[in-house]
Design a protein around this ligand. Sequence first.
Ligand SMILES: Nc1ncnc2c1ncn2[C@@H]1O[C@H](COP(=O)(O)OP(=O)(O)O)[C@@H](O)[C@H]1O
Ligand SMILES: [Mg+2]
Length: 461
Amino acid sequence: MADQPLPFSRYLSANLVVLAPSAAALAILYGTDALAGRPALLAFLGIAAATMIVVQRYLGTLARFARFVSELSGEQEPVMPRLAFAPATEELATAAATLAAGWRRQRASIDNLAASAQAIVDGLPDPLLAVDRQRRIVRTNRAALMLLGPTLPDRDLSTALRHPELLAAIDSLLATTDGKYVGPDQVAVDLVLTGTPERDLTVHARRLPRAAADGSLALIVLHDTTALRRAERMRADFIANASHELKTPIAGIMGFVETLRGPAREDAGARERFLAIMAEQADRMRRLVDDLLMLSRIEQHEHARPDTEVDVKRVLESVRDLLQLEASSRKVTLELAVDPELPAAVGDRDELIVVFQNLIDNAIKYARPATAVKVDARPVGADRLAVTVSDEGEGIPAAHLPRLTERFYRVDNARSRRLGGTGLGLAIVKHVVNRHRGRLDIRSTPGKGSVFTVTLPIAGG
Ligand SMILES: Nc1ncnc2c1ncn2[C@@H]1O[C@H](COP(=O)(O)OP(=O)(O)O)[C@@H](O)[C@H]1O
Ligand SMILES: [Mg+2]
């Protein structure tokens, strides 16, 4: 800490002030002849010399004290200087240092509080914005920046969310007459955020009792309801689809009943024909109801992982025996190849039978006549096994692959119905495989054929 020179005028005036009483005393002594001129002058010079030294030291100490105090407000605590020549400055400096240390501690704890408040806000999964009285964005959390982009702070809310209904609702929260809020203190608005992907949001906004230190007056939380809306739509679609699938055979059966009661009452040949069709329609309804029940049963316990050991070879052999007749009738050969080292899978035997029955049934149905359907089972890695079902059929265009496991999704509706399909088979497969913590992979080359691979965890893996 280098000492800066004192301004000369201050030094001079300080000396004059301190010297004034002694000069006056000497002048009076001299005036009353108590002291001769020479000794008076000598005394004055002596006093002046001593005073100048003391004043210089004293002012230097005071300057160091002032600098020390001004440095106390900085980031770091300064070293206390030597303050010998000015009485009480050392005590004052110690008191000031204690005060400054207290301030510094308080500032650190305020900084800590602000940081943890922001950390909590950032940790919220839903995007959050705070706007001030003028509707300017004054605070955001990480989720908001991810959803709406990084350039939010200090701009009007309308730059982030251009949604007239929402902006009007926020304006109503912030509206005042004669300094009093006149609107509601909370609002909720549903909106669709355009972009890819489009998102459904429910926005909840609430006015704080009074503005926060950063100016925040209204808190706006965006709740993403896309998944919820999609689930609602899917459920509605599912009920509509299932009803539609059932309506067709019911209408068919009712039509034939009418015909048999009326025009075809006496026609034995027609009766036989119609009854056969009615039986077929009833069978279709039965299959549909069976698949629906199966689906709902699997969905109900999808989260409970099965834990029994299943001999996959035996499962595949029994499915092959079950479908052998259907295959021969379409002149399709079933070729089963099981690795001799194949370990047991962890699973539910009955459900795995349903999986492979559906996949092999599809392969037979969608294969070209006089081709082979190959079923191959082998271990993969240390803890899984894979069963592959491949056919030489029409294949599936790539655009359909991602949606193939949706309920009632078919590449060719008429063809699937003609072949007796319900459109639920792959949805069931997908659910069972999920429950087994396995995987379903579909590869297909249009014109060549398709390969469905199910990967399952093995026992002890
Ligand atoms: N091996 C396959 N080859 C070609 N297309 C297939 C194959 N497996 C399934 N698909 C297509 O996937 C759709 C859904 O299959 P699935 O859920 O089993 O219903 P379904 O067989 O009752 O029609 C079928 O309608 C068909 O278009
Ligand atoms: Mg099927």
